[in-house]
Design a protein around this ligand. Sequence first.
Ligand code: AMP
Ligand code: ZN
Length: 116
Amino acid sequence: MDNCLFCKIARGDIPSRKVYEDDDVFAFHDINPARPVHLLVIPRRHITSLATVTEADTPVLGRILAVANQLATENGSPDGFRVIINTGRIGHQEVQHLHAHVVGGPDPVGPMLKRV
Ligand code: AMP
Ligand code: ZN
């Protein structure tokens, strides 16, 4: 995807604060962190969202979750963390390349969602 922000970041065309990469997965600090630890873990290959995954994507989805755990531990959230995958319009997904937010830090991140 030529014009996708996170494809460009994974290719190194746009700089990021990278924390991890392998053949399938790339991870970097969120530019506007919501918590002391706020990483984004993405598939290197373009996948638009969790709403567009196919059976072929299941291995990389598993890798994203395993890497999330490793990176949270290594980057200042060793006692737990939260993974968030915003999806589509209702999920308030702003960047149309699947990404897992990994948030945490020394203090609990708080309740999951404000009740409506
Ligand atoms: P979402 O609303 O789930 O699509 O989240 C998109 C996230 O991408 C936001 O938390 C942004 O702060 C983050 N973001 C946008 N541009 C960049 C960038 N160039 N580098 C790192 N994070 C970014
Ligand atoms: Zn992309």
